[in-house]
Design a protein around this ligand. Structure first.
Ligand code: FES
Ligand SMILES: [Fe+2]
Length: 399
């Protein structure tokens, strides 16, 4: 805790004032924000606890009776889908002595029994049995106070399961509204998640580094050469989200996918109906809800990515793909879906060495007294992200 108090002091006095300068003059987060266990603990109590956070996919629990444990930044969570079809979230901790209840997904559950002393819970969290609590074959004890699982508020949007770990976030609808308003031109309600298409990757880097790589297009001509011309670009910043917007004409937008196998073009994907046939339009809008998920709306698909911080230096990205309804499943668009998935896999792999190299240079940064600088044109969202995280670590929102 002493270390945490010292970090707060440094954030307040040294880091946030430097970050709040105009983007061209600002200095980035120091190396310790990406490595120090005390910084991670502070984030766990703030950024990873306050507000609604996307931690899983609805499709992780497709059927009644499915149970799905989630470890998110050290928070042990348990999602269940009751026989009534209702999704619920709990702490994955037995209310008796704190044993984790599940360590792997399960299906066809009616109840969950704790592996230690067999207290048993319904999928709604209610305690249904306490075997032998009062002695051998005495399954009740009037002097004990057994309780059910501690529930957490949860909800879904765009196939993502959000939880409110602190219980202080207010309604999910209110929380999501500003980001949904910015995405409104893309009629996301027309999309469905494609079963079986996924890009999952563990980067050996701090979660902030991974997100910073996702919210600027500055590096694209050098790291992702295959995606072609960039078009008109602008950073997007909000109080709870940030990202990048790119304007292109239709030919340029379509050319960003790799060629089909053997040069054979797959059946084209249906595109969002609001897109014009000619002229320049917003062809890509990639928004990060801090800290998770990232929503990347493109002309004919949406990539949704959960960012799951595993520890201070490892981040799991779980990416799923949504297509306009009839294209989300079925053989007719299978090749086109695979091409979209493959294009994201290529980008994911290309980013991996950058994240690893940056994370590996942090000790050298410390020795050199290094602080990052930003391109005002390209890195407004990176700058805003760092300031937003520093403010949240101090328990504040950016105004
Ligand atoms: S810790 Fe779960 S029943 Fe004892
Ligand atoms: Fe990248």
């Amino acid at each position: 805790m002493a270390a945490e108090a010292g970090l707060r002091e440094r954030l307040e006095r040294e880091v946030l004032p430097d970050l709040l300068r105009p983007v061209g003059e600002a200095r980035g987060l120091p190396h310790w924000a990406y490595t120090d266990p005390a910084a991670w603990e502070l984030e766990r109590r703030t950024v990873f606890r306050e507000g609604w956070i996307g931690v899983a996919y609805d499709s992780d629990l497709p059927k009644p009776g499915d149970c799905f444990p989630v470890e998110y930044a050290g928070h042990r969570l348990l999602l269940t889908r009751g026989q009534d079809g209702v999704l619920r979230a709990f702490h994955n901790l037995c209310p008796h002595r704190g044993m984790p209840l599940l360590d792997a997904p399960r299906s066809n559950c009616r109840t969950i029994a704790c592996p230690w002393h067999a207290w048993t819970f319904g999928l709604d969290g209610a305690l249904v049995a306490t075997p032998n609590i009062g002695g051998v074959n005495r399954h009740a004890d009037p002097s004990a106070e057994p309780v059910g699982l501690a529930p957490l508020a949860c909800g879904t949007w765009l196939g993502v399961v959000f939880v409110d770990i602190s219980g202080r976030a207010g309604s999910l609808a209110d929380w999501l509204a500003p980001m949904q308003a910015r995405l409104a031109a893309f009629d996301l309600a027309l999309t469905e998640e494609a079963p079986g298409e996924a890009v999952d990757h563990v980067y050996p880097a701090n979660w902030k580094q991974v997100i910073e790589g996702a919210v600027e297009d500055y590096h694209i001509p050098w790291v992702h050469k295959q995606v072609g011309p960039q078009g008109r670009y602008e950073a997007v910043v909000g109080q709870r989200f940030l990202g990048v917007s790119s304007w292109r004409d239709m030919a340029t937008a379509k050319a960003r996918l790799p060629p089909g196998p053997d040069g054979v073009e797959p059946e084209p994907l249906p595109l969002f109906p609001h897109l014009p046939a000619s002229g320049e339009f917003e062809a890509s809008l990639i928004l990060t809800m801090v800290p998770s998920p990232v929503v990347a709306a493109q002309i004919g698909h949406v990539a949704v990515s959960l960012y799951v911080p595993l520890d201070p230096t490892r981040t799991l990205v779980r990416r799923r793909f949504r297509f306009l309804r009839e294209a989300a499943s079925g053989e007719r668009h299978a090749a086109a879906r695979r091409r979209v998935r493959d294009s994201w896999q290529i980008v994911t792999d290309q980013d991996a060495w950058v994240h690893e190299a940056i994370q590996g240079s942090l000790a050298a940064r410390e020795a050199a007294g290094f602080r990052a600088r930003f391109s005002p044109f390209w890195e407004g969202a990176v700058h805003h992200f760092q300031a937003l995280v520093a403010a949240r670590m101090l328990g504040r929102d950016l105004g």
